[in-house]
Design a protein around this ligand. Structure first.
Ligand SMILES: [Cu+2]
Length: 515
């Protein structure tokens, strides 16, 4: 018996998915929506760019803490930045850099099930490792949170964020190789907002009318503790995707927000490991999407539904002036997520949404000096269970194959041979989506050639701005175009389904100087 269990099982507890809390048994809209606090600097430090200049310095500690996700539940154990999840929101101005010392003050043992068969998470690695990536930031490579640059409890890393980029809704989260899905699930994520003068001049809703909504799904056990799903093989607890039925907004289940009958700006982030959200309002009112991952769209787009893959952001304006005294529910498909309680009062609303926002100049395809065809691949075991996911058939540890030249423009086309949509994220750069087009996957496997079987589909108006994450749909070639600006050095590109990213669907790339 003991022999059949194999070596190692005596040292590590066997991961189990415990009986699950029934979310439908909970009263809805009894907790106010928490709004993350704004991060405050702890002083000034010399700028890495200019020794005479000083930059605001923040020390942000990752700590274990407990928080109630619902009035009627016991406190849940989380890990979070600044002892909260989401962590404090950073407020930055374009062109004004800042320094963050990310300090690992977490316990020595992980509380979620590590799969030690996954590359980078072997038994000889410390269980608790963290490294922080600011998603969407144009940051030097040493500050980008390279997945192998993790550090253990008691250690820290200082990152420099120059913020030489346009106003946008960024977010920070863990990126440690092989356990990133567990660290983010544990609560290690937060918002980082960059503002600029052009955006200010548009006079969009601001201050208490500009609210981040960080949405993600989690599972809880009967003791209200996080319950990360596992496979039925205790030696390989990894599962291909995690979909849970408890939707949290800013860390609460079914929260409510009291609003005035006026316009609000919501910066919605899909912070889920794997779930795609399709959000609507219960009154079927339309709203205006004004921005995407990397900032403002050229013009507002009227929508009744916003769809977000993991890591994507939508910046929307919702006008509650026609809903005085009503309860408007934000829904994901048919399920309630949160409630807006519109006050039955008069509100002064001087906000008029401008007809145009920020011009987004299209990058011409002719500007590209190179087109890279990159396949998205799923490797199954003998009984068709996914074992790993690959980019261009390459594992993380294989030599770098993508080395764009600094300041050059390239087209990257993602050939999705799998049955899943994969949100593909490139670090450092912002890009534009060119199109998506169906191709014959069987022919591709046989011949290595792309045979298109449909017309090219242009991006939806809501994603026709600057992006850093793109949904690559199954059986399609998704093309993006980008200029590799900013820094030379090593960055990564990966699928943002965190279970895929942790299991090889991530590759390094190098930005090099022209020879
Ligand atoms: Cu994926």
């Amino acid at each position: 018996m003991a022999l059949a269990m194999g070596r190692g099982s005596a040292e590590k507890p066997v991961p189990k998915f415990r009986p699950e809390l029934n979310i439908n048994s909970l009263a809805q809209f009894v907790d106010p929506l928490p709004i993350p606090v704004i991060a405050k600097p702890d002083g000034w430090r010399p700028s890495p760019d200019d020794a005479a200049g000083k930059l605001p310095y923040f020390r942000m500690a990752m700590r274990a803490f407990e928080a109630q996700v619902h009035r009627d539940l016991k406190p849940t154990k989380f890990w979070g930045y600044g002892g909260s999840s989401p962590g404090p929101t950073f407020e930055a101005r374009s062109g004004q850099g800042l320094l963050v010392e990310w300090a690992n003050e977490l316990p020595a043992a992980h509380f979620l099930p590590i799969d030690h068969t996954i590359h980078g998470a072997e038994s000889d690695k410390p269980d608790v490792r963290t490294v922080v990536h600011l998603h969407g930031a144009k940051a030097p490579p040493a500050s980008d949170g390279y997945p192998e640059n993790w550090f253990v409890p008691g250690k820290s890393a200082i990152c420099h964020y120059p913020n030489k980029q346009e106003a946008a809704t960024l977010w920070y989260h863990d990126h440690a190789l092989g356990i990133n899905r567990l660290n983010v699930f544990a609560g290690l994520l937060g918002m980082f907002i960059v503002r600029d003068d052009l955006e200010d001049a548009l006079r969009l809703p601001r201050d208490e009318y500009d609210i981040p909504l960080v949405i993600y799904d989690r599972a809880f056990d009967l003791q209200s503790q996080l319950n990360y799903p596992v496979s039925d093989d205790p030696r390989k607890p990894w599962t291909p995707e995690v979909f849970c039925d408890a939707f949290l907004v800013n860390g609460k289940l079914f929260p409510f927000l009291e609003v005035e009958p006026r316009k609000y700006r919501f910066r919605i982030l899909n912070g889920a490991n794997a779930r795609f959200f399709h959000l609507t309002l219960s009154n079927n009112h339309s709203f205006q999407q004004i921005g995407t991952d990397q900032g403002l769209l050229g013009a507002p787009v009227a929508l009744q539904r916003v769809s977000l893959a993991p890591a994507e952001r939508a910046d929307v304006i919702v006008d509650f002036s026609g809903s005085r005294g009503e309860g408007v529910i934000l829904k994901n498909d048919n399920l309630n997520v949160m409630q807006f309680r519109v006050k039955d009062s008069r509100a002064r609303d001087a906000v008029a949404i401008p007809a145009t926002l920020r011009p987004v100049a299209k990058i011409p395809e002719a500007a590209a000096v190179k087109t890279r065809s990159l396949s998205l691949v799923e490797i199954d075991d003998a009984v068709q269970r996914p074992m790993t996911m690959l980019l261009n058939n390459a594992h993380w540890s294989m030599p770098v194959t993508e080395s764009p030249v600094l300041d050059s423009t390239e087209i990257w086309e993602f050939l999705n041979t799998t049955d899943d949509a994969h949100p593909i994220h490139l670090h450092l750069v912002r890009f534009q989506i060119l199109d998506r087009r169906s191709f014959d996957v069987a022919t591709y496997w046989l011949t290595g050639k792309v045979k298109y079987v449909g017309a090219a589909i242009l991006p939806d108006p809501s994603e026709a701005g600057w992006k850093d994450t793109v949904r690559a749909d199954p059986g399609m070639v998704t093309r993006i175009i980008t200029r590799f600006e900013g820094y030379t050095g090593r960055y990564v590109w990966h699928c943002h389904i965190l279970e895929h990213e942790d299991n090889e669907m991530m590759r390094p790339f190098d930005i090099v100087t022209a020879r």
